[in-house]
Design a protein. Sequence first.
Length: 178
Amino acid sequence: MLRGKVLWLGFFLLAAMNAAGWPEGIEFESAGVRSGASATSRAHNFHQAEAFGSWNLPWYWNLESQWRLQSQLQFSAGWLADPGGNAFIGTLGPAVALAREGLPLSFEGGVSPTLLSQHHFDTKDFGTNFQFTSHLGIYAELSAHFRLGYRFQHMSDAGLASLNPGLNLHVLSFSYKF
């Protein structure tokens, strides 16, 4: 129940932010949903689901052989859980996307400050509610507007607290490109 409400809240926030308008050169690039599970120990069985959005920023670099490196701002709002607890998770941060004209694959990486509504779960204590999430991903263009993706992401507090166990997730996504 909480997961569905968080996803709807995320979509509402993305739509409201897009309708409010952005400075020139910033374009709403995509919105979607993603879900993932722990990449490591079964003792730490975490799941995450979220809505996300991505804006292309005005800074990009045209590289050789029709490759383009595009700067982005990404936002997500969702749910993180283990068998004994649930928390809100939200991110906002920069990323870069690498794509080649005519190639239906793209690559992405980024690091985002992350906020958790709670940091202590039954199977793990993340040390603090403030974390950082880094990711690397690959995306396949299914059509002009739909994209399927995979990303590996790591969340940790970067040593801000005495506990810094981190969390690695395998995450699948489905998004709509504008």
